[in-house]
Design a protein around this ligand. Structure first.
Ligand SMILES: O=C(CO)[C@H](O)[C@H](O)COP(=O)(O)O
Ligand SMILES: [Co+2]
Length: 217
């Protein structure tokens, strides 16, 4: 099946001093979504931004905000991020004691629920909630930093997840995040991914439009 591939540039590698301009620039360059990385210094060894900054990004953006929460106890903050303008809210399965409850909370808050797995977390960890999410995000680096190398076994993980979804008649998005460039993009799209996060590849290039174009099949 031919799915339209969506590109979600990660602002993590953008110029934070010119965040609104950067959002407008990637949108003009063809971004479908805007990926926002929220890190708390506990779930991951890095700290980025909170709901106040998401609200500022929302004012600059016209495309959906794809908010990736790399935080412990996400249930304490999902309402605030939804209120700030997150359209898709993605929580780590490793951070949720009651994953199903958190996904319900996200939907009640008015955002689309999604779940993300670290590279070492097996697909079986999300098998029971596949019908409750709009998207499954597979990390293809260990979360916390941009600019890392793609972890190759993710390609087979994407293929196995797409087969699990097909077997259940679900057309849930599969997003891949970490080390995405023109070469790795092709490999994960061929395996069944349809949303690509790219941070350093897009924001590190001189021509955002050309970089985004090169990620599409
Ligand atoms: O979630 C993330 C890191 O935890 C980022 O979205 C990801 O690393 C994007 O950066 P790059 O494309 O440079 O790998
Ligand atoms: Co991310």
């Amino acid at each position: 099946m031919n799915r339209r591939v969506l590109i979600s540039p990660s602002l993590l590698s953008s110029d934070f001093g010119r965040l609104a301009e950067e959002v407008r620039a990637v949108e003009a360059a063809g971004a479908d979504w805007i990926h926002v990385d929220v890190m708390d210094g506990r779930f991951v060894p890095n700290i980025t931004l909170g709901p106040v900054v998401v609200e500022a990004i929302k004012k600059a953006a016209t495309r959906p905000l794809d908010v990736h929460l790399m935080i412990v106890e996400p249930e304490k903050y999902v309402d605030a991020f939804a209120k700030a303008g997150a359209d898709i809210l993605t929580v780590h399965v490793e951070a949720c004691t009651h994953l199903h409850r958190v996904l319900q909370q996200i939907r009640h808050a008015g955002a689309k629920p999604a779940v993300v797995l670290n590279p070492a977390t097996p697909l079986s960890a999300v098998e029971e909630v596949l019908g409750d999410v709009e998207m499954v995000l597979l990390m293809s680096v260990n979360p916390g930093f941009g600019g890392q190398s793609f972890i190759v076994p993710t390609v087979d993980k994407v293929r196995r997840l797409r087969a699990m979804l097909d077997a259940r008649g679900l057309s849930t998005h599969i997003e891949v995040d970490g080390g995405i460039n023109a070469e790795t993009a092709k490999r994960v799209v061929d395996a069944g991914a349809d949303v690509l996060v790219a941070g350093s590849y897009v924001f590190g290039s001189k021509d955002y439009a050309a970089a985004i174009r090169s990620l599409r099949p």
